[in-house]
Every structure is written in structure tokens, then in C-alpha cells.
Design a protein around this ligand. Structure first.
Ligand code: XMP
Length: 229
């Protein structure tokens, strides 16, 4: 499938992203002066953003990854988030910066924040490249935001459509005609609201969790959400 077939519009070019990420780096680097920083990034969508972000920092830091999957109605705050991969770096007493690609309903970051609190870090802040304000269902606020976007499904620069297109250097919106394909492929897991699946499990995707990395799907037809790890 060619890019042109699925891309509706390029929202942010490679140059625009670089300029904005550089601005974010300068600010964050200054804010963390004298702090013991651990960056915790959510798999997989934040990986490209993380790579550009941390390479701009001038201070020593550690980074780690966390993996979650989320499901549930795109119009209800009742959803299920499962932890697929926990952290391995010690964050007790440290300043944690959580990095994600996009803040949508807020379920994933709300879950991650609660999970990280258990390790008693000194502080937790959130940094996202993109934010959809109108779809928020949980009370989560990002301390650093790259760009605010409307409720459209986006891909590129780490964000996927059917686990592809993460490598695109720009961020684009998906043509609406593909929204229904996304929602049709998402599977509803069994009951539950919030789970931690790491105990005794291997690091990896949930079997049958659905193939898409989809947050709050802007399609009226969509009823579930899922996120790849
Ligand atoms: P919540 O709803 O928990 O979800 O804030 C955030 C996660 O959902 C995924 N997501 C998207 N992925 N294009 C994507 O490729 C999108 O437009 C989109 N919206 C949400 C993403 O993985 C994010 O971390």
C-alpha cells in the first residue's frame, strides 16, 4: 500500500517536527538541571520521538521502556489498560519524565502514572509529542506538549496504522475511509477495567489483542481502543 493511498494530509513536516522537538529539548534540559532524571517511554509509538528528544539533552540520564495495551469504548472512561512490560530501571527517589507519542483519552498515561507511583519516585512529569484535547476521558495533564491536534487518526514519526508507517519522517492524518477498517479489526477483550498483566507473564503483545495501535478512534463506528506494544 503506498503512502499516498492512505495519507489524507501531512499535518507536520519533518522540518516542523525537528524545530518543535528542539524547542522542547531546550526547555526540558533546563528544567531538569541538577535532577536525577529517568526517562520512561511508552512502546512503541514514542520510540522515534524519544530518540530525537534524549539525544538533545546535555545532562546524564537513564531511560527505560514500558508497554501497555488499552481497550474500551472511545466514549466512556471505563476502559481496560493492561501492563505488558514493566520498568527495570530503579526510579525510587528520581525525577521521572514519561514520554509518549500522543495523549488521547488519557487512559494509558493515567495507568502508567499510577503504576510508576508505586516505586516512589521523587516526581513524575509527562511529555507528549501530540495531544488531542477534545477526546480526554481521564484527568491527565501533560507538562510538555509538542503539538495540539484535532480528533483525527494520525500516523508517522512513530505512530502507526496497522503497525506500519511508524518510520515516516512526517506526521499525517489517515484518510477517513480507513477508519472503519481499523475499528473492524479491533477485538474486545474479556471483562475488566484495569489490569496488570506482568506478573508471571513474558514481555510481549497480548494474544488476540488486535493488530492496530489505535487510541480514541475518531470514527463514529469505532467502539473500542487498542494499543500496540
Ligand atoms: P490514550 O487514549 O490512552 O491512548 O490516551 C494513547 C495511545 O493511543 C494510541 N493513539 C494513536 N495511535 N494514531 C496512532 O497511531 C492516533 O491518532 C492515535 N491516537 C491514540 C497511541 O499509541 C497512544 O500512545
Amino acid at each position: 500500500m503506498s503512502f499516498a493511498k492512505i495519507v489524507k494530509e501531512v499535518l507536520f513536516t519533518k522540518e516542523q517536527i525537528k524545530k518543535r522537538v528542539d524547542e522542547m529539548v531546550s526547555r526540558i534540559d533546563k528544567d531538569y538541571q541538577g535532577k536525577d532524571l529517568v526517562v520512561v517511554a511508552l512502546l512503541k509509538g514514542s520510540v522515534v520521538f524519544l530518540a530525537d528528544l534524549v539525544r538533545g539533552f546535555t545532562r546524564p540520564l537513564a531511560f527505560d521502556f514500558i508497554g501497555v495495551s488499552s481497550y474500551g469504548s472511545s466514549t466512556s472512561s471505563i476502559g481496560m489498560v493492561t501492563l505488558e512490560k514493566g520498568i527495570t530501571v530503579d526510579i525510587t527517589g528520581k525525577s521521572v519524565l514519561v514520554v509518549d507519542d500522543i495523549l488521547d483519552t488519557g487512559r494509558s498515561l493515567n495507568f502508567v502514572k499510577n503504576y510508576l507511583q508505586k516505586f516512589k519516585p521523587k516526581e513524575i512529569k509527562i511529555c507528549v509529542l501530540l495531544e488531542k484535547k477534545e477526546t480526554r476521558l481521564m484527568d491527565v495533564r501533560a507538562d510538555y506538549v509538542g503539538f495540539e491536534i484535532p480528533n483525527v487518526f494520525v500516523l508517522g514519526y512513530g505512530l502507526d496504522y496497522e503497525d506500519r508507517y511508524r518510520h515516516l519522517p512526517y506526521i499525517a492524518s489517515l484518510k477517513e475511509e480507513y477508519y472503519n477498517e481499523l475499528s473492524a479489526k479491533i477485538t474486545e477483550p474479556s471483562e475488566g477495567i484495569v489490569q496488570d498483566r506482568t506478573a508471571g507473564s513474558s514481555n510481549g503483545r497480548t494474544a488476540g489483542s488486535g493488530p492496530v495501535g489505535l487510541g480514541s478512534n475518531p470514527s463514529p463506528a469505532a467502539s473500542n481502543t487498542a494499543k500496540n506494544v
